[in-house]
Design a protein around this ligand. Structure first.
Ligand SMILES: [Zn+2]
Length: 342
């Protein structure tokens, strides 16, 4: 009953064009972190490829066929999203790592799992690759947890970008809660507070659009006032985390000012909810994070938050709040009134 890391050095084999931020060097950071935690006695296992059946729960058959056809070829799927000859297999391993984490945690073999993967997944739509993402790793994981008997799955996404794919895949589904903090307005354009899901899934999408420049204190406010209370009230059987580190102050894509210790604090908050709701069952997967140093230190802190004994979240205080954090929390609170008591 402890933390397991799921990782393979094959994640470096997904090549992107020179200058692309989602570059193979990110996999070297993941390799180094996996090696360090293995050295400290944490179990690290290699993933299996996700199966067609697992992928079909969130992607359509025609899309799977189109991605499979990229095997052995370098292609551009959209202006940001490329394949190299190995990308199809590597993407299957990334989704499979998240599935593997779900199986280990749902079977209580381990309390928590962290999938150290690339390419990321949360922009991938049911029928479309987008934003560096081929398969929606976390959505595949959530659907797998449901297939294994989880009644309710909460996905929390703290990547600086909104997870449009994850939101759209589950927006009509009340059994999968999607909660996202993200820079807004920003790529991919979705994620307004008013987007709360549709049909039977109304209320089960919760967006916290934060203005560019948000600091640790804004994230602390968002987590303690909205993210944690909503997930706690949802009473999930599993918490899944889209762990993107591109809200870091050093990140070349994101415009936020989050510091390294805040990523550990966010993860500790989510671990505490999982401990209270579902015996600690939590599966995290790497999404973005494009400054190699910030990715390494922030991911290390997030893993540390899931390893060892429970400790209270230690939020760093910058002493400044962009003041817009309060407005974002107020907008989200108003949008989800009647669904959640926040
Ligand atoms: Zn991102």
């Amino acid at each position: 009953m402890s933390l397991i890391l799921i990782h393979t050095d094959r994640f470096a084999e997904h090549q992107t064009p020179p200058g692309h931020p989602e570059r193979p060097e990110r996999a070297e950071v993941l390799d180094a972190i996996a090696g360090r935690w293995r050295g400290r006695g944490t179990e690290v296992v290699a993933p299996r490829e996700a199966t067609r059946e697992q992928l079909l729960r969130v992607h359509d058959a025609d899309y799977l066929r189109r991605i499979a056809e990229t095997a052995g070829r370098a292609t551009a799927l959209d202006p940001d999203t490329y394949t190299s000859p190995e990308s199809y297999e590597v993407a299957l391993l990334a989704a499979g790592a998240c599935v593997d984490g779900v199986e280990r945690v749902m079977s209580s073999a381990h309390r928590a799992a962290f999938a150290l993967v690339r390419p990321p997944g949360h922009h991938a739509e049911r029928t479309r690759a987008m934003g560096f993402c081929l398969f929606n790793n976390v959505a595949v994981a959530a659907a797998h947890a449901r297939a294994l008997g989880a009644r309710r799955v909460a996905i929390v996404d703290f990547d600086v970008h909104h997870g449009n794919g994850t939101q759209h895949i589950f927006e009509a589904d009340p059994t999968v809660l999607y909660v996202s903090t993200h820079q807004y307005p920003y790529y991919p354009g979705t994620g307004a507070a008013e987007e709360i899901g549709r049909d039977g899934g109304r209320g089960f999408t919760v967006n916290l659009p934060l203005e560019v420049g948000a600091v640790d204190d804004d994230y602390q406010l968002a987590f303690t006032r909205i993210v944690v209370p909503v997930v706690r009230q949802f009473e999930p059987d599993l918490v899944i985390v889209s762990a993107g580190f591109d809200a870091h102050e050093r990140d070349p894509l994101g415009g936020m000012r989050v510091t390294t210790p805040a990523f550990a604090a966010m993860t500790r908050e989510l671990r505490a909810v999982a401990d209270d709701c579902c015996r600690g069952r939590l599966v995290a997967a790497v999404e973005g994070g494009y400054d190699l140093q910030a990715l390494g230190t922030s991911l290390d802190g997030a893993i540390d938050a899931l390893a060892g004994d429970v400790q209270p979240a230690a939020w760093p205080s910058s002493g400044i709040r962009s003041s817009r954090g309060d407005e974002a929390v107020a907008a989200t609170s108003a949008a989800i009134r009647g669904f959640w008591n926040v």
